[in-house]
Design a binder for this molecule. Structure first.
Ligand code: CO
Length: 167
């Protein structure tokens, strides 16, 4: 396993739309294992392949060790959000936007279908933090960052703040 370099905002590569996975072999498994190690070492609960400069529709989520959450760990390949309902807002952060945490409006429940690392179809309906994490990671695959969902003035402020952190 290896630690992968994390792209950081405002890197343009975070804006690319990821492509569907077609091969479910050793290369994909290596990527998933490396992503898990990278996420763990950065203390993240979710990571999308686009954040490690791999243009594939892959993300991982790990809520084990988060208090008050089901200890869920999942790998989602070619995910699709097939249903959503309700609304909620969580203080979100992102490994690609260090130092910024903002409350973002999201659906409170989502149903997601995806493939596992062996290409087997899976689906789940989630609420709470897992539902928010699924929407956050799904956005990454389309080049969307959580700060994009802030109102314009707040977005401007985040841009300035992120610039100061990287200086
Ligand atoms: Co993120």
């Amino acid at each position: 396993m290896a630690l992968l370099p994390l792209l950081e905002y405002p890197d343009k590569r975070l804006r690319r739309k990821a492509l569907a996975v077609t091969e479910f072999g050793a290369e994909l498994h290596q990527l998933l294992d490396d992503m898990a190690e990278t996420m763990k070492s950065a203390n993240g609960i979710g990571l999308a392949a686009t954040q490690v400069d791999r243009l594939l529709r892959v993300f991982i989520i790990d809520l084990t060790g988060i208090e008050g959450c089901d200890p869920i760990r999942l790998e989602a390949i070619n995910p699709q959000i097939t249903g959503h309902s309700g609304s909620t807002a969580f203080e979100e952060g992102c490994l690609s936007i260090p130092g910024i945490n903002e409350s973002i409006p999201r659906s409170s429940s989502v149903t997601v279908s995806f493939l596992d690392r062996f290409g087997k179809e899976q689906s789940l309906t989630a609420e709470g933090l897992l539902a928010v994490a699924l929407q956050h990671e799904y956005d990454h695959l389309d080049g969307v960052l959580f700060v994009d969902r802030l109102p314009p003035l707040k977005k401007q402020w985040v841009k300035l703040k992120a610039k100061r952190i990287t200086l």
